[in-house]
Structures are given as C-alpha cells and as structure tokens.
Design a protein around this ligand. Structure first.
Ligand code: SER
Length: 317
C-alpha cells in the first residue's frame, strides 16, 4: 500500500501534482502538507496537515505515524525571491532537502522526488540545446542550492541507496495556481492579464527566450519518472527536461491570436539579469531514452488550453 507525503503541496507545482497523485493512487494514499495553513482549502479531496520541513522532528513523526512510503519534497524558495534574501533561501532549500534525504535513509522510504531546475546552468553553460552534462556555474542562490541539492541526491543514492529521483524543470506554466517568486512567472501572469482584458507589463525583454513547460507535461513527467523501474534511472543527480522555448514576444503573439486588442510593454528589472544566465533551450535526450519522456504541449496548444480553462473559471464566478 502506497503512502505518499507531499511537502509544499500548496505551491504552484504541488497544487496540480497532488491532485494527479490522488487520481493515480487514491485519496487515502496521499497526505498533502504545507507550512501555510491557508492553503488547506485547496485540498478538499485528500487529507491536509500543516508541516514545516525545517522542523525535522515533525516530519519524522508524520513519516512514522503514517508509515510513509514515498515523499515528494516540493517546498523551496524560487530564483527571484531567493535573491532578496539569499541566506534564508539557502537555509530553506538545503536544510529542507537534507532533512528529507536523511529521514528517507533512516525510515527506509521507498522513493523520493525532488525538483531541480534549469537554474543549475549559468552564463558559461551552452545557451542552446544545453546537454545533460553541460558545464554549470549558477549565479543565483536558488541555482546554487539546486546544484548542491543534485549532488546531495546523488550522494544519498550512491552511499545509502536512497531511491531519490529528480527533474530539472523549466519554467512551469499552469492555470490552477499562480507562480510565486520565479524568473519565469511572467509566462503565467500574462494569461491572467489577457483574460481580464488588461495590458501586460513584462519584467523581461521581448527577445529573452527561456525553456518552459505546460504544467500537465510537468506532472506527467514526474509520474512517469517515479513509476519507472529503478534500473532504468541512469541519472541520480537530476534529468534535463524539455517542453518548449519562447520569448515574451512569442507568448504575447500566441495570446494575441485569441485577444487581438491585447497589448504588452517591456520594463525589464533584476530578473532580466537572472534570465540572461539561463539556457534558451534544453537537450533532454537522456530522459527520452531512459524512461520514454515526450512533452505533449507546444506554445499554441498550451495557449489555447489555458485561455479556454481560464475563461471557464471566470464564467463560473
Ligand atoms: N521557474 C523557476 C524560477 O523562475 C525556475 O526553476 O525560479
């Protein structure tokens, strides 16, 4: 019997991944947790508990009481927020992960999922079709915490046999929850503005191409990776994962096909410097070969789907 603990379930990825885990394994098998009690209302379909991953004893107690078999550890401070308080971001991102890895070892958790990011790459990494093993010199505290975290995951696998699996997510774009504190958040916010028939001011320059992914693809990639036999997983740091790549101008143009009066201005801020250090596109051939990964959504299909979904929510209000 599976018992799945989701840490950080109220965040952008957690909101959709938790639902998919319940659909796959049943509501009795999933416990959603978040340090914010306020997100509890999202989880009408499974159990919810308040949990701070920095409180190791509380995580240990929950693992023991519930006889947890899998952990999805999603709680993190993203790139833009991290630059505002670097030491806090380091502390939350690293201490949280080390608690989970250590408890996984101690309580013999069957499988752990932890997301890494394209932020592990840096200005000296190849800019396009960036390979799995490319040189990495991340410049944000978020990227530094993710590359360190990847090494820790590999260490816990090699040294203690902890079955931890990870994906380097591109910018994730969904319609069920807003993004928080990332450099790629503009690609979520822009749809909300279009739907409300407002103009959008983008914090990146119009030509800045970044790797992105529709949330449904990100959720499917996670489920596929976690369902793969351990023998198929050749990467124990984190897999490159690719969905699509586009610039602010290109996403704007895809939305304009649905909203011809929609307009955009560009007012780049400190997030432009972060974006400039990241790849424009990612080579994910290892994920494709190892566990059969293929993204389903491109920019036009994602835009059509998000606009249809957002319109239906607005009409229900
Ligand atoms: N979406 C993340 C960010 O912008 C990248 O992993 O910080």
């Amino acid at each position: 019997m599976h018992k799945i603990l989701v840490i950080g379930a109220g965040g952008q990825l957690g909101t959709e991944l938790t639902k998919a885990l319940v659909n796959t394994y049943g509501s009795d098998a999933v416990i959603a947790t978040d340090f914010q009690e306020s997100v509890k209302s999202k989880f009408t379909y499974c159990r919810f508990k308040t949990l701070d991953v920095l409180d190791k004893d509380a995580v240990a107690n929950l693992i023991q009481e519930e006889q947890v078999t899998q952990v999805y550890h999603l709680a993190a401070i993203l790139s833009a927020s991290g630059e505002k308080n670097p030491l806090q971001a380091w502390d939350i991102n690293m201490r949280g992960l080390l608690h989970v890895l250590e408890l996984a070892r101690e309580y013999k958790i069957e499988k752990v999922f932890w997301p890494s990011s394209i932020a592990v790459f840096g200005p000296n990494s190849p800019k396009t079709n960036t390979p799995q093993d490319a040189f990495k010199n991340p410049t944000t505290v978020y990227g530094i915490s993710k590359i360190a975290g990847e090494h820790w995951c590999e260490y816990y696998f090699n040294t203690f046999g902890v079955d931890v699996r990870s994906l380097r997510f591109p910018g994730l774009i969904g319609h069920k929850s807003v993004a928080g504190g990332g450099t790629t958040d503009y690609a979520v916010d822009i749809y909300y503005k279009a739907i409300q028939e407002e103009n959008y001011t983008c914090f990146l320059k119009e030509g800045t191409s970044l790797p992105m992914m529709y949330m449904e693809d990100a959720v499917n990639a996670t489920l596929q990776l976690m369902a793969a036999p351990a023998s198929a997983i050749t990467i124990r740091s984190s897999y490159n994962l690719s969905g699509m790549s586009f610039s602010p101008r290109e996403i704007f143009e895809s939305i304009q096909l649905h909203y011809p009066d929609f307009s955009i201005q560009y007012a780049p801020d400190f997030r432009q410097q972060i974006a400039d250090t990241w790849p424009a596109s990612i080579n994910d051939e290892v994920a494709r070969k190892d566990w059969g990964w293929r993204a389903a959504f491109d920019l036009p299909t994602m835009t059509s789907e998000i606009i249809t979904k957002l319109r239906s929510y607005i009409h229900k209000i």
